[in-house]
Ligand binder design. Structure first.
Ligand code: NI
Length: 139
């Protein structure tokens, strides 16, 4: 298998807040991230697909086509948005990058052609924090 990664970028606002908790509990757990008036990040999304090179093109998948799919299905929904309020697949979920990367995975998988397989999503929130997801299911 060969692994191909395309990087896309988006800016978005969010807030970490558990509505079942008091403001004090939210402040204690989430600190500044619970700020009522939101905060923003410049996110980088690394989309890695795997496959076998096509003999006719040498590509496992055209990176430009991958970019178009990611932009249409994901970036359009997230860029310059409020992740808590504006994004359909984040409704009712705590807006952490862990939950966001799972949501992105579930949106992206059905949009990819069958001959490539999504291998990994890496979502970078700050220069010091990122998450990776490989599609593992949870009980
Ligand atoms: Ni944040």
């Amino acid at each position: 298998m060969v692994y191909l990664t395309r990087i896309e970028h988006f800016n978005a606002a969010h807030r970490l807040y558990n509505p079942d908790w008091t403001p004090e509990q939210n402040d204690e757990v989430f600190g500044k991230c619970a700020n009522t008036n939101w905060h923003g990040h410049n996110f980088e999304l690394f989309v890695t697909v795997k496959g076998i090179p096509d003999p006719a093109t040498g590509f496992i998948f055209d990176a430009k086509k991958l970019s178009v799919i990611v932009k249409e299905r994901i970036i359009e929904k997230l860029d310059h948005r409020n992740l808590n309020l504006d994004v359909d697949f984040m409704q009712g979920k705590l807006c952490s990058i862990e939950n966001l990367v799972i949501g992105i995975w579930n949106e992206l998988v059905p949009a990819l052609p069958s001959r490539v397989q999504l291998h990994c999503l890496k979502l970078v929130e700050t220069p010091k924090i990122y998450v990776e997801y490989y599609g593992d299911k949870f009980p």
